[in-house]
Design a protein around this ligand. Sequence first.
Ligand code: GLA
Length: 464
Amino acid sequence: MPYILTPRAGDIPRINGARVYGQRPGHPFLFLIPATGKEPLTYAAENLPEGLSLDVKTGIISGAVKKAGTYIIHLSVSNEKGKDSRDLKIVIGKDLALTPPLGWNSWNCWGLSVDAEKVKAAADNMLSTGLARHGWSFINIDDGWEAPKRAANGEIVPNEKFPDMNNVTGYVHSKGMKMGIYSSPGPLTCGGYLGTYQHEQQDAKTWAKWGLDYIKYDWCSYSHIAKNNSLEELKKPYIIMHDALSKVDRDIVFSLCQYGMGEVWKWGAEVGGNLWRTTGDITDSWESMSGIGFNQTLNTQFAGPGHWNDPDMLVVGWVGWGPSLHPSRLTASEQYTHISLWALLSAPMLIGCDLTRLDDFTLNLLCNDEVLDIDQDPLGKQAAPVDKTETYQVWKKQMEDGSLAIGLFNTGNTESVVGIDFSKLGISGKHAIRDCWRQKDLGEFENHFEGKVPSHGVLLVRIR
Ligand code: GLA
């Protein structure tokens, strides 16, 4: 049986999720205040900038803010058991994705068999399972939505599996969540569907018209268009699309997907990317997941608010790349390692499983606010290894409040003790340490910390 580590969220209200959120002036604004606690919850927000309003029953803030600036709003959520309050910093400016995007993507479960009903079901379950209460907010369609031919006027059209795209986005937005889509700068996508080549501005307009908030732009058949592998050719299609996106009247998060070619982390932000895939496709094996996760070391310095390294989507829960699914082949310990490592890396996290089939273990894994806080930390630093052997690795992430998030990973084949000397973390003396998965204070430690870690598992702690 997979072991569950995290206590259930309590009845007393707690506000979760990002502490900073960016949107552009005059563009549609949508933010669901993620909060746990016994229903019904009542939401409040003080100092909302002009143009925004809050639905006090659902916690959805919407509208548009004309004036650029930084607004500190004060959120509170209350119920019969109590109240929680905290600030949210809203930055109306040029940057989006001030924290790594959290959400769902259809690819790792449905592959090319995705359809509108499956996407709506994902949105329903994002709410009904409680995931949205922890900050998960994007519902993204990957490849497989495109019709084989454009309309007579050149407009891209969805295939029969998506009879009305506006209906799907409207549905997702009405629940306070964002909606994403997928295309390729080439004539065809990786799945052989129609791409955007030579229709860049037109497609950006269509996506905006459909109300989309996120585009994953996947290199694929653009390899036949690019003249060579020079940096200039690698950047070109992304510059063109960024330019097209900047001309539409919506904010569309720009996700680059070209598997890391040309060390994309060095120039992804410069071409307007909010995130960029750093690797080939992940699969649900220890070799794949750990091979990707533990190798995110050359790109460390390039992650930050508005621009993130993307080590690919999550492989927990029922996955299978469609249409038939199986439970992730990662062991429970490996799944704790997966989520811990992605959080330490400040990685975008897109859940890749069927949300209608979430078991208690997977849900528990995805709803730990102390772990998600590590990922969503406003400072946006990416963790780096501070100690490493054949059988263990210790990774450190600097947090905004001065604390450290530390992952002690056992990469060996037997349970063992993994430890770290404080000198290797750049600290000295006595420090309070908290176990993030168990949400439990472990006490004060001087100069050294260690703990028992299962094979392929992790001890994820916060040191203050
Ligand atoms: C590529 C990408 C995947 C997925 C598929 C869709 O393989 O890397 O993430 O988007 O294309 O065809």
